[in-house]
Structures are given as structure tokens and as C-alpha cells.
Design a protein around this ligand. Structure first.
Ligand SMILES: C[S@@+](CC[C@H](N)C(=O)[O-])C[C@H]1O[C@@H](n2cnc3c(N)ncnc32)[C@H](O)[C@@H]1O
Length: 335
């Protein structure tokens, strides 16, 4: 039995609207009607002319909002506890991490995800971890349309990419915006390791740089970067270069006001290259993977090994690599 407001049938819709506006309507239950009256579920007693508050048996509304809701009859109680609590969505593709305990149910889980979110057209699972020079990761198709290429929207830009052929993490969207917001009008920015160009494009879209240059060694990554520049037609002050940072930097013959180094696995190996394009006052965003106990000491040690005079401006945690290891960014200025 739940609390309900009994009113004349002809007044039901008007009163329901009023109750909703006041936050009194109880959305967990279904309204019931008979020949003359309507019974509106309410959260607390309320006085209304011509109405009375009664106790009524009303139907509960079953809401399906989580994977566990959809799968409660298909997975055992124990299996439900292994369901992923979060997953990445790149454009139309959802990327799951499936625990070994529920591997046999992975296709059912993927179908459930398609049912839950109409904007997801494909479900894949991570088949390995990011590896190699290009930091690539393979994915296995589980359900929906067979596609690995999709268009992802982030911070006002559109990014086309193949999730198997180029590194891209949706989780870095906030970090990319943080950097973009630091860029001052007219600044020249270099993005080493630019991938399919999320940093260059987000910076160009959300600040007023002079020029943004991106360098990427992975041919597929660079191909998508060029395509993305075309996709975001309004962004004209972006230049994208295919090649190895170490070989390109000496040829650049240009100094930058800001340099991003989003290659946490081995950014230290490229600090000397970055310095070639830096001048007094240049701000460098240096990424690293560190355990909590080493933040920021170890990253600062790496910087100090290569840079004689630097002022540390900020240290931010911008992701988690493994249970104990974080992705961090040290912002520092060349003095
Ligand atoms: C961690 S990913 C970051 C990609 C991109 N900035 C993003 O946020 O999605 C690092 C990128 O650096 C590229 N890379 C690795 N070594 C490189 C090198 N020596 N020169 C240029 N790019 C390199 C990889 O192919 C990869 O796309």
C-alpha cells in the first residue's frame, strides 16, 4: 500500500502536473484509475480541494537503468557482482573489460548494454593492454554493428579514429581541456605524440593559439589526425606532421611557448628533444606514470636531470594506469 491522492478522473492530469512541479508526485508507482476516480501516488500527505489522501495498492514501476537490472534473470547473484561498474564509450563503441569469472556470459552482457543505451551501436572488449611504441590495444567484437572506426565528440571537436589502429583515451578529455584553458591568446603550442590529434584540436577549439603543431609517428594515427582537421573545418591554425619526434624536432627550427608531452611511458627520453624547441618562459606539460608514494618526486627528478633551470608550476593526477599507478602531469616553466 502506498500513499495516494484520490481525485476526480477529469482533474487527474492537471493535478498530476501540479504534484510533479511541487515534487510531491511519487514517480516510483503507476497512477491507477477507475470509472470516476484517479489515484495519484504521492510522497507525502497534501491537501487539495475535492481530493482525499488514501492508502492504495499501486503498481511499482520497474526501472531498468543498470546492466545488473537487465541481467538479473540471466546471471547468477555471484556473476552479477563481477559486472563492470564502468566502461568507456568512444563514439558509438562501448569498450568493456570482462572479468574472467563472467567470460562465458560476455556476449549476453554486451547485448544487455546495447539494450540499455540506444546511442551505443557496437560493444567490444579489451583483448590486451596498450603496448608497443604506438601504445595500441586490440579489441574483440562482442555485439552490435561490426565496426572499429567511429566518430567521438569531445570538448567541442569531432574525432574520427579506429580504436585498434590509434591510441585514444576518452578519460583524458578533462585533462585536454585543462591544458586548452591554460593556452593564452597567440601562444604557439607544440604537441609531441599527437595521435589522431585530440590535443591539437581541443586546444585550437577552446583557446586562441597562434599556431598548434602536432607530431605523430604512427601513420594510421596521423592519417586520422589529418581527417579530423578536415572534419573540424573551423580550425585552421593547426599543422600536423608525420614522423619521429626525435628526427622532426631538429628540423622544426621554431620555438614554442608551450609544449605538451603526452607519452607518460617514456616522456623522459624525449625531454632533450623538447628543449630544442623551448625558450626561456616556455611551459612544458610533462606526463608520467607514478606510484602514489613517488608523486611528484620521481617526475621532478627526471625533469631536473635534463632541465637546468625549471620552475614547477603544478602537479596534477589525471588518470589511473593500474590499481597503484597514476598518470600525472607536471607543468613546469623553463627559467
Ligand atoms: C599515449 S599516446 C597519446 C596520443 C594522443 N596525444 C592522445 O591523447 O590520444 C602516445 C602517442 O605517441 C606516439 N609516439 C610514440 N613514439 C613517438 C615518437 N618517437 N614520435 C612521434 N610520436 C610517437 C604514439 O604512436 C601514440 O600515438
Amino acid at each position: 500500500m502506498v500513499l495516494a491522492l484520490k481525485c476526480r478522473l477529469k482533474d487527474a492530469n492537471r493535478i498530476k502536473k501540479e504534484l510533479r512541479e511541487k515534487g510531491i508526485y511519487n514517480k516510483d508507482y503507476r497512477m491507477q484509475t477507475d470509472v470516476n476516480f484517479a489515484y495519484l501516488p504521492i510522497r507525502k500527505k497534501t491537501a487539495k480541494k475535492g481530493c482525499s489522501v488514501v492508502q492504495k495498492r499501486l503498481k511499482k514501476i520497474e526501472r531498468i537503468t543498470t546492466l545488473a537490472d537487465v541481467l538479473k534473470n540471466k546471471l547468477s547473484k555471484e556473476e552479477l557482482t563481477f559486472l563492470p561498474s564502468a566502461y568507456d564509450v568512444v563514439g558509438e563503441i562501448a569498450i568493456l573489460e570482462i572479468k574472467p569469472e563472467i567470460k562465458s556470459k560476455e556476449k549476453i552482457i554486451a547485448q544487455a548494454l546495447l539494450k540499455l543505451h540506444k546511442n551505443i551501436k557496437t560493444v567490444v572488449k579489451k583483448a590486451d593492454s596498450h603496448a608497443g611504441e604506438f601504445r595500441l590495444q586490440k579489441h574483440k567484437h562482442l555485439a552490435g554493428k561490426r565496426q572499429k572506426t567511429t566518430i567521438h565528440k569531445e570538448n567541442g571537436v569531432r574525432l574520427k579514429l579506429d580504436i585498434d589502429k590509434v591510441y585514444f583515451s576518452v578519460r583524458l578529455g578533462t585533462e585536454r581541456m585543462r591544458i586548452a584553458q591554460k593556452v593564452k591568446k597567440g601562444e604557439n603550442v607544440l604537441v609531441m605524440f599527437s595521435g589522431c590529434a585530440p590535443y591539437p584540436l581541443v586546444i585550437a577549439k577552446n583557446s586562441k593559439p597562434g599556431l598548434v603543431v602536432g607530431i605523430e609517428k604512427n601513420k594510421d594515427g596521423h592519417r586520422f589526425a589529418l581527417e579530423n582537421l578536415k572534419l573540424n573545418k573551423d580550425l585552421t591554425n593547426v599543422e600536423l606532421i608525420l614522423g619521429d619526434v626525435k628526427k622532426i624536432m631538429p628540423k622544426l627550427k621554431r620555438k614554442f611557448d608551450r609544449i605538451c608531452m603526452p607519452l607518460p611511458m617514456s616522456a623522459e627520453d624525449f625531454l632533450d628533444s623538447a628543449l630544442k624547441a623551448a625558450k626561456k618562459g616556455t611551459v612544458i606539460h610533462f606526463y608520467d606514470f607514478l606510484e602514489e608514494k613517488d608523486i611528484p618526486k620521481k617526475a621532478i627528478e627526471k625533469i631536473k636531470t635534463h632541465v637546468k633551470k625549471a620552475k614547477i608550476l603544478d602537479v596534477v593526477k589525471c588518470g589511473q594506469f593500474s590499481p597503484k599507478t597514476y598518470r600525472i602531469c607536471v607543468d613546469f616553466k623553463i627559467l
